[in-house]
Design a protein around this ligand. Structure first.
Ligand code: FES
Ligand code: FES
Length: 157
């Protein structure tokens, strides 16, 4: 297997890595960099637990090769808060009980963050569409949708 030297800016910090051509971004994040906020679910592109932002847009890290993101900005859940100040979505998910086991939560929040960055007042249909690739086995989704609406309303105050 050939190896390639890459540099990935992750949460604003550059990481230089030597990766094999079949190493996924998820493997790099979790196993090489110990950034375990990005979850390892199905590994098949079906659950959304591994969602991160690539240049601000959601991608599935389990289906993304590390060498494909050389030089591109990656945001994981570890990078979403501003120091000690949580992202508005992290606050509303906690307040409304939108996270139960929490396994889907990092991916949900990153997909929702991308939506709110583009659309500050989304409809429920738009939220459903944005989160359609993120599966949750616990919450029934209602509290998640409510948490996104609440974060949007607070951000526009
Ligand atoms: S772990 Fe990537 S979509 Fe399920
Ligand atoms: S909170 Fe458990 S899978 Fe969503």
């Amino acid at each position: 297997m050939t190896e390639q030297a890459i540099t990935i800016p992750i949460n604003g910090e550059e990481h230089r890595l030597l990766v094999s051509s079949n190493r996924t971004l998820l493997e790099v994040l979790r196993w090489d960099l110990d950034m375990t906020g990005t979850k390892h679910g199905c590994d098949l592109g079906e659950c959304g637990a591994c969602t991160v932002l690539l240049d601000g847009h959601p991608v599935l890290a389990c289906l993304t090769l590390a060498c494909q993101v050389d030089g591109r900005d990656v945001t994981t859940i570890e990078g979403l808060s501003d120091g000690r100040v949580p992202d508005a979505l992290q606050t509303t998910f906690a307040e409304l009980g939108a996270a139960q086991c929490g396994y889907c939560t990092p991916g949900m929040i990153l997909s929702a963050r991308s939506l709110l960055n583009d659309n500050t007042d989304p409809t429920t249909d738009e939220i459903n569409q944005a989160l359609s690739g993120n599966l949750c086995r616990c919450t029934g989704y209602v509290k998640i949708i409510d948490a996104v609406h609440l974060a949007a309303s607070r951000s526009s105050d």
